[in-house]
Design a protein around this ligand. Structure first.
Ligand code: SAM
Length: 288
């Protein structure tokens, strides 16, 4: 029985890191005319109302997107993501004196993809939760070339790889309600890579227990996967206590300039979203 609802967490610090990377990767893919396929294994609802009871109950977005929405000193690499959130909220760079707590909309990963994908690109979105699947289907109504399925996203990824265009981005963003997600997510990428080694794969993870992250890392290192970047933003130092202290992404075949873009984004997010315990890291774990 699934209980995770992303609406509680939409726009938090982990979403800011994940979605700024997703935005940069998808924007890079649109630099060539040839269409590409976007596969989102764990899609969520697509778009979130920040005024609703879920987001207000945790208020997580107030410590995430709300802290940078009025910024006028963003690194260039964050500007596209920032503009996208502003335009969804019908705001422009010139109206940056709003109360950040009044932000009304925050996109999920499908919401970001919908803004960036073109007519020649297609999206395959998987979501198991019945309520979020309904919301996602409604959200996608006027989007051509989108395929929404209420089925297992890990199997979904493997069934679609390689995409006919041989150009593809896969986002794997499980809720980690089940510990097996840590290994299942990595194994899915390793298998998919075996069939489609030129695809870009983005895997999100929470830092809850360091040993789980280390396990993912060593599985990648012992696999055939090449060109793997790992990025992390930890608000607090690792602890054995319950709760998420940090967040990270493994990115296989990142766009060539993503590492340098992250070199400018990470210190900025550390300063704006963090505290004196906050740290970040960026490592090319496996060379090309
Ligand atoms: C972290 S949320 C996704 C957030 C979304 N990717 C975003 O960035 O906005 C994880 C979602 O995966 C769904 N889910 C859990 N297990 C799944 C599975 N095996 N296949 C597809 N969806 C699943 C949950 O219902 C939840 O909505």
């Amino acid at each position: 029985m699934l209980s995770y609802r992303h609406a509680f967490h939409a726009g938090n610090f982990a979403d800011v890191l994940k979605h700024s990377v997703l935005t940069l990767v998808l924007e890079y893919m649109t630099r060539k005319d040839k269409g590409f396929t976007y596969i989102d294994s764990h899609s969520g609802a697509g778009m979130y109302q920040l005024a609703d009871e879920y987001a207000q109950k945790t208020g997580e977005y107030k410590d995430g997107i709300a802290k940078i929405i009025n910024a006028d000193d963003l690194p260039e690499a964050l500007e596209f993501y920032h503009r996208l959130i502003l335009s969804l909220n019908s705001l422009s760079q010139n109206s940056l004196s709003m109360n950040p707590a009044d932000l009304s909309l925050y996109p999920g990963s499908p919401g970001i993809a919908k803004e960036i994908l073109r007519r020649q690109d297609s999206a395959h979105l998987f979501e198991l939760h019945s309520t979020d699947h309904v919301l996602l289907t409604e959200f996608c109504q006027r989007w051509r070339k989108v395929f929404v399925k209420q089925s297992d996203g890990y199997q979904g990824v493997l069934s679609l790889i390689p995409p006919p265009s041989r150009r593809g981005v896969v986002l794997i963003d499980p809720p980690y309600e089940l510990k097996e997600d840590y290994q299942k997510a990595v194994k899915t990428i390793i298998k998919a890579y075996g069939k489609f080694s030129t695809g870009t794969y983005i895997l999100w993870y929470p830092v809850v227990k360091r040993s789980f992250v280390d396990g993912m890392k060593s599985n990648f290192i012992n696999s055939e996967v090449k060109n793997l970047l790992q990025v992390e933003l930890c608000l607090q130092t690792d602890t054995e206590e319950y709760g998420m202290t940090g967040t990270g992404l493994f990115i296989v075949n990142p766009p060539w300039q993503l590492k340098s873009q992250l070199e400018s984004i990470l210190p900025y997010l550390q300063e704006k979203l963090g505290n004196n315990e906050t740290s970040y890291s960026l490592d090319q774990l496996i060379e090309e």
